[in-house]
Design a protein around this ligand. Structure first.
Ligand code: BV8
Length: 317
């Protein structure tokens, strides 16, 4: 049912639509200027973002990984929530049994005024930091940029300086490299920052802090997983909005199947078709295009109209 607003609105306003679950991905923030994980081949310049979002990468090269996250923190701070974030935030205040699971770590849903009791950051946040010392429980919310003087200059996307040096070497064997040649800002070289100049835990004073995000190969926060499970056990989800996600990361993508198994309906907001875990679902609504444009239109009956009798307003999911 591609872009079938009429039937979607009819269901939204019916007695059969009491409980709504939302799963968001990077596509929700595209209109805010933040690249998706798999857009442009998932590269942050020459690095595959998936390779950097792992505990091993941080263990091997905390300086590189911190520069990657410092760059993403800067971009997220510069970005503004878009109409899609605001529409979902309104929904969270208007519909009693509504829960949003976001895979995004950019804090834009929170900045859009989303009801915090109904927003779960499944993969953590760029703006929460935690100590790497297992015996230290330090955690903080920190939006400062740069976090340390050594992390200044990470505002520009960077190329892999090792690959760049190889190119330069190659170039000098063929042509003379003009001495006054200045590399463009796109090729700001990656710095080798000593641990002592990375964010240091203010409590235990000797360990470095890390971004409090869930890296590939790390378990999701138990409290978050338990909250979603409890919501799914306590409620039969009538409608799941699958917004701007390739459903390629697990166990987040698994929630789509759980709702389907409960007989819940799906509404996909994506610029592409075929993004549900096992391909397109003929019974699902597909709003093909920018989530920032489609969400306000699709959710208008609940967000703009008077309180709907089928979805009372109160504040607990
Ligand atoms: C774990 C934080 C176990 C970091 C992220 C099966 C079950 C369980 C695990 C696995 C499994 N199979 C494989 C795994 C392992 C792995 C995994 O899923 N790998 C994938 C690559 C196959 N999963 C894990 O490692 C998870 N941990 O399972 O632990 C365990 C248990 C006990 C003990 C030890 C271990 C942890 C996964 C979390 C990883 N962290 N983020 C950071 O951000 O730096 S994931 C990261 O990538 C994002 O958070 C997000 O979740 C994901 C990217 O996905 P999307 O958001 O969907 O973005 P993408 O670019 O892919 O797609 C964008 C979509 O938007 C596209 O469809 C596009 O068409 C659309 N779009 C674009 N523009 C728009 C738009 N749509 C609408 N409007 C637009 N304008």
């Amino acid at each position: 049912m591609a872009n079938d607003l009429a039937s979607f609105h009819k269901f939204l306003k019916s007695k059969d639509c009491q409980v709504i679950l939302v799963l968001c991905g990077a596509g929700l923030s595209t209109s805010s200027g933040l690249p998706t994980f798999r857009g442009s081949g998932g590269l942050w310049k020459n690095y595959n973002s998936m390779d950097l979002a792992t505990p091993d990468a941080f263990l091997i090269d905390p300086s590189l990984v911190w520069q990657f996250y410092s760059y993403r923190r800067y971009c997220a701070l510069e970005a503004k929530p878009n109409e899609g974030h605001f529409a979902l935030a309104k929904l969270s205040h208007k519909v009693s049994k509504c829960l949003t699971i976001t895979q995004n770590v950019d804090n834009l849903s929170a900045r859009a005024g989303h009801n915090r009791q109904k927003l779960l950051e499944l993969h953590g946040s760029l703006f929460r930091l935690k100590c790497t010392n297992f015996t230290c429980s330090h955690k903080e919310f920190n939006e400062k940029h740069p976090l340390t003087p050594a992390l200044s200059g990470t505002e520009h996307e960077f190329a892999n300086s090792r690959k760049r040096k190889a190119k330069e070497l190659e170039a000098t064997t063929e042509v003379s490299w003009e001495s006054d040649h200045e590399p463009s800002s796109d090729f700001t070289p990656i710095k080798e920052i000593p641990d002592t100049e990375l964010p240091i835990c203010p409590d235990c004073k000797d360990a470095i802090l890390r971004p409090d995000v869930v890296w590939f190969g790390e378990p999701l926060p138990l409290s978050v997983v338990d909250t979603v499970d409890e919501f799914l056990v306590r409620n039969k989800v009538d409608l799941m909005l699958v917004v701007g996600t390739s459903c390629s990361v697990w166990p987040a993508a698994g929630y789509v199947d759980r709702v389907r198994q409960q007989g819940g309906k799906l509404a996909v907001f994506n610029t592409e078709l075929g993004t549900l875990p096992d391909g397109d679902d003929v019974h699902a609504w597909h709003f093909l295009g920018d989530a920032a444009e489609w969400l306000p239109k699709a959710l208008a009956p609940l967000c703009d109209g008077p309180e709907q009798s089928s979805c009372q307003t109160n504040d607990a999911a």
